[in-house]
Design a protein around this ligand. Structure first.
Ligand code: 2PG
Ligand code: MG
Length: 389
């Protein structure tokens, strides 16, 4: 297919901040791409936008004029074009363009977008139950996310199990926390006044109730996003978990060990500061479950290489690198290293569902995505669509 015209413009993301959409016009129609952003970001990821979004979009539109009449016949053409994108646009603008190109190409080839990247793999959603940290404006628990995942090989059953936990949790919160009025964070996790420990206990209880009723294999996870409260070499808890407010690096590892033992944590994301890969390794030696790099690895292949032997799972967030060929490189490297891949939403999303296609095609085992809020549900629904059609 030939790109007749490409145009970038401003839209709002799910958190009512501006982001970029790119529309590509070909003889077959108009194809759209848009990019998310994060509230809590890694030091190793690219910034979605540089200074002044309007100026950047206008400069990006000048670049887009140069790709008019470009022929795209396969993913390699998209990857080649990505390598020509000037550095200053790598982030939100580049990813929006790439997503639009993928949709245009998949239409041209009459193939589902996921199949451009690989075969149909089963991907299970791992979803936010409770939100804290920066996602709750630092007013609630320190742990950024308490998550649940229903294991198995059937995505419908998995969604059903995790949704039941979410609904059960709402009932428990309604009946026990007078200040809870049903509010959710940007990723659909409930926001409550409970502290870290009470929150974990509440989600554990909700999981136990659903497991009792359904017999499903449902697990608890956390994204500690520990870098967000690591200050001058100390983890500073507003709501101490095991009694201490200021926790040293060594004590943080003991604290995580206690949490793993007490809550049987299956998924442990960024339990320590993003720069302390050795500490990730110490936690990995304590468990057979998933020690997950997000801020530590930031979808950057060199970071993944450095994390060898320190983590056994990593998030894939395309906008952390802004270019799909880099996402593919990271994914291939993870496969070589035996790292479990978890595609992931960002706190500030758009309605595009290409992330779900990428998760399926790249063979991620999980898709970290909320189970409430339209822009998250769209992504789960795309998984359900892929596996049922
Ligand atoms: C994370 C993400 C998604 P954010 O830390 O894993 O849950 O949050 O997009 O704010 O970085
Ligand atoms: Mg994270």
């Amino acid at each position: 297919m030939k790109i007749k015209n490409a145009k970038a413009f401003k839209i709002l993301n799910s958190n009512s901040n501006f982001t970029v959409q790119v529309n590509i016009t070909s003889d077959a129609g108009v194809f759209k791409g848009s990019s998310p952003a994060g509230e809590s970001v890694s030091a190793f990821e690219v910034t979605p936008f540089k200074e002044g979004l309007d100026q950047e979009i206008s400069a990006f539109n000048d670049f887009l004029k140069k790709i008019e009449n470009r022929q795209l016949s396969g993913l390699d053409d998209i990857y080649a074009l990505e390598k020509e994108i000037p550095k200053e646009f790598v982030g939100g603008p580049s990813l929006s363009l790439s997503y639009a190109m993928v949709y245009a190409l998949s239409h041209e080839l009459n193939k589902e977008p996921y199949s451009l990247f690989g075969s149909k793999n089963t991907v299970l959603p791992i979803s936010k139950m409770l939100g804290g940290g920066m996602h709750a404006s630092n007013l609630g628990m320190d742990i950024q996310e308490i998550l649940a995942v229903t294991l198995g090989d059937d995505i419908k059953e998995s969604v059903d199990g995790t949704l039941s936990v979410y609904k059960q949790l709402k009932e428990l919160l309604k009946n026990s926390t007078y200040s809870f009025v049903g509010g959710v964070d940007p990723e659909g996790g409930f926001v409550t006044g409970l502290d870290n420990y009470e929150s974990l206990k509440m989600v554990k209880k909700a999981i136990e109730k659903v497991v009792e009723k359904t017999g499903k294999d449902i697990r608890l996870g956390i994204d500690m996003a520990a870098s967000t409260f690591f200050k001058d070499g100390v983890y500073v808890y507003k709501r101490p978990i095991y009694g201490k407010k200021e926790v040293s690096s060594g004590e943080q590892i003991d604290l995580i060990k206690k949490l793993i033992d007490e809550f049987d944590l299956y998924f442990i994301e960024d339990p320590v500061d993003e720069s302390l890969l050795e500490d990730y390794g110490k936690i990995l030696s304590l468990t057979d479950n998933l020690v997950v790099g997000d801020d530590a690895t930031a979808t950057v292949t060199e970071r993944l290489e450095k994390a060898k032997g320190k983590i056994n799972a990593a998030l894939i967030k395309p906008n952390q690198v802004g270019l799909l060929y880099k996402v593919k490189e990271f994914s291939d490297k993870a496969d070589k290293m035996g790292i479990i891949k978890v595609a992931s939403h960002r706190s500030e999303e758009t309605r595009t569902t290409l992330l779900s296609d990428l998760a399926v095609g790249l063979g991620a085992k999980y898709l970290k995505v909320g189970i409430n809020r339209g822009e998250r549900v769209d992504k789960i629904n795309r998984l359900l669509e892929i596996c049922q059609v």
